[in-house]
Write a protein that binds this ligand. Structure first.
Ligand code: NOJ
Length: 568
């Protein structure tokens, strides 16, 4: 149930709970969502045109991936100006119009802030290159002399997440071989120096710039990486997450992931968010080792929420999922924060294709770990439908990655010359990376670009869409009462109308092995059958919604989830 808030016309929960404690947030991967100007890349005009679709879907808010000016070395996560809009996506006035229209439609809008690194084309980095060693401009980044004879070796043994070493050597303005700079991601993404007060002040200005324009909050990119250990010590073979026998980050701080000092930054950011009359919110992207480490980001006075990647990583297995749900809830409850649930995003293989695989030893969320394992798309569809009902029934907030409501699979066979993820080049063409989950959305029609670009568009979609997506378009699925899109719409409508759903707790009910059954008060129950045998509905259960047909006996079949009224 939602009501209009008199302050700004946007939605607030009718229970008086802050909206973000139970929000369903739709991730708009802008370059692949909808192309308004026909250049083959999504943009703000495209999002504005599709707001009615999002309202109809029933989500509460959007999170839009970076839309700032960027040379696009990492699809916008290399920002060259934090307080403007990339021309390929529109202009600042378009962003302001989108914010206004989304609010009028009852949708909140979260942007994506990238505080660990800028683009190498950012004026600060260009200034640092020109200014030379020991200058104030270099102090905004992490420059060091090399090690070894002539400084020819990098300052330490840190590795880039995209492959290769995390250091690049520059040529000094006088032409001599120079210092090295740190980049935990691509060389085009130099890490900024968070011990420099100028950096801190500048990011605060960026937060305020967008908050002043009505942005409701930020997703924080690699929130756990901003602070590096003084002296930049070697890893000496230490991995993250810790390998067996190695210390965890909780036992011994890691040199650059999830260090305690990072929380100081977020306490300051929280104060900025709270200084607004209609307070703004944060969600942390923090791939940390254990749920208790994640909960530290959402302690009182810090961030509001954090993505729960343990749910992404959990295999399709009742015991493992239950353990993830229990530990997530316990750790969040201990700090008074709502959990979030997420199945997919722009960095992991689409869950339909993960779930359509026979279980391997390790739950795999990278396409490169899945290629070669046989894929059963029908199985993936059934499980993806069941997983959605599980996710929307759990306490707290949930994320929908664009296209999962259409049942889109990963595109595993993109031609090599189409691949754009820096991982592909950095890995020496051995890791395909993340492009397969970033293929532009099919909206309508029977052939590419499936309404992604307007009729007569000059540009082709920036990644090719499979012809088989003709039966996955939003238009087509809207006309099918049993489609996954119809399931998402029904689930989100019910979620709004049932007081038991959203923020709160859950009670596990007795359940056969391989199934999960829980109740939420008042009067709601959910059963998810992850086993191969049918599972009867609890006595007195009254069917509300099912991810697939019940068996002729009225039981819940394998890979099916059911919402029911408990009659309590
Ligand atoms: C996490 C983002 O989600 C990912 O897409 C990006 O490549 C890295 N952070 C670096 O910014």
């Amino acid at each position: 149930m939602t009501v209009e808030s008199p302050q700004n016309g946007s939605v607030a929960s009718s229970t008086g709970e802050p909206w973000w404690r139970s929000a369903v947030i739709y991730q708009v991967y802008i370059r692949s969502f909808a192309d308004g100007n026909g250049d083959g890349m999504g943009d703000i005009a495209g999002i504005r045109a599709r707001l009615p679709y999002l309202v109809d879907l029933g989500v509460d808010a959007l999170w839009i991936n970076p839309w700032y000016p960027s040379p696009m070395a990492d699809a916008g996560y290399d920002v060259s100006d934090y307080r403007d809009v990339e021309p390929r996506f529109g202009v600042l006035a378009d962003a302001e119009a989108l914010l206004r229209e989304a609010h009028e439609a009852g949708l909140r809008v979260l942007l994506d802030i990238v505080p660990n690194h800028s683009s190498d084309q950012h004026p600060w980095f260009q200034e640092a290159l020109a200014a030379g060693p020991c200058s104030a401009a270099r102090e905004r980044y992490i420059f060091r002399p090399g090690s070894g004879a002539g400084g020819d070796e990098p300052p330490n043994d840190w590795r880039s997440v995209f492959g290769g070493r995390a250091w690049t050597r520059i040529t000094e303005p006088d032409g001599s071989p120079g210092e090295w700079y740190l980049h935990l991601f691509a060389p085009e993404q130099p890490d900024v120096n968070w011990t420099n007060p100028e950096v801190e002040a500048d990011f605060e200005q960026t937060l305020r710039f967008w908050f002043d324009r009505g942005v409701d909050g930020f997703r924080i990119d690699v929130a756990h990486s901003l602070v590096k250990a003084a002296g930049l010590p070697d890893l000496d073979g230490r991995t993250y997450p810790a390998s067996p026998g190695q210390p965890t980050a909780a036992e011994e701080p890691h040199p650059h992931w999830d260090r305690d000092e990072v929380h100081e930054i977020y306490r300051k950011w929280r104060a900025v968010a709270d200084s607004y009359a209609d307070p703004r919110v944060f969600v942390a992207e923090a791939w940390v080792e254990r749920p208790e480490r994640l909960a530290r980001y959402v302690r009182p006075g810090e961030l509001h929420t954090a993505f729960n990647f343990d749910f992404v990583r959990a295999p399709w297995n009742a015991a493992a999922l239950r353990e993830t749900i229990d530990s997530t809830m316990a750790e969040h409850e201990a700090v008074g924060a709502p959990p979030t649930w997420v199945l997919s995003n722009h960095d992991v293989t689409r869950h339909l294709s993960r779930l359509g695989r026979a279980p391997g030893d390790e739950p795999a969320f990278n396409l490169d770990d899945l290629i070669g394992r046989p894929l059963d798309l029908d199985l993936g569809q059934r499980r993806a439908r069941a997983a959605a009902l599980l996710m929307f029934a759990l306490p707290g907030g949930a994320y929908v990655y664009q296209g999962e409501e259409l049942g889109l699979p990963e595109v595993e066979d993109l031609p090599e010359d189409a691949l754009q993820d820096p991982t592909w080049v950095r890995s020496g063409h051995t890791q395909r990376g993340r492009d397969g989950c970033r293929v532009p959305i099919p909206w309508s029609g029977t052939e590419p670009p499936f309404g992604f670009s307007p009729d007569g568009a000059q540009g082709l979609p920036w990644l090719p869409q499979p012809a088989s997506w003709a039966d996955r378009t939003a238009e087509r699925l809207s006309a099918e009462p049993d489609s996954i899109l119809a399931l998402y719409r029904s689930a989100l409508r019910l979620r709004r109308s049932l007081p038991a759903l959203g923020d709160g707790g859950l009670r596990w009910l007795p359940s056969p092995d391989g199934a999960l059954t829980f109740a939420r008060d008042p009067g709601f129950g959910c059963v998810v059958n992850l086993s191969a045998a049918p599972v009867p509905l609890p006595a007195g259960a009254e069917l509300l919604l099912s991810s697939g047909p019940l068996t002729p006996e009225g039981a819940v079949g394998p890979d099916t989830a059911v919402w029911f009224a408990t009659g309590d």
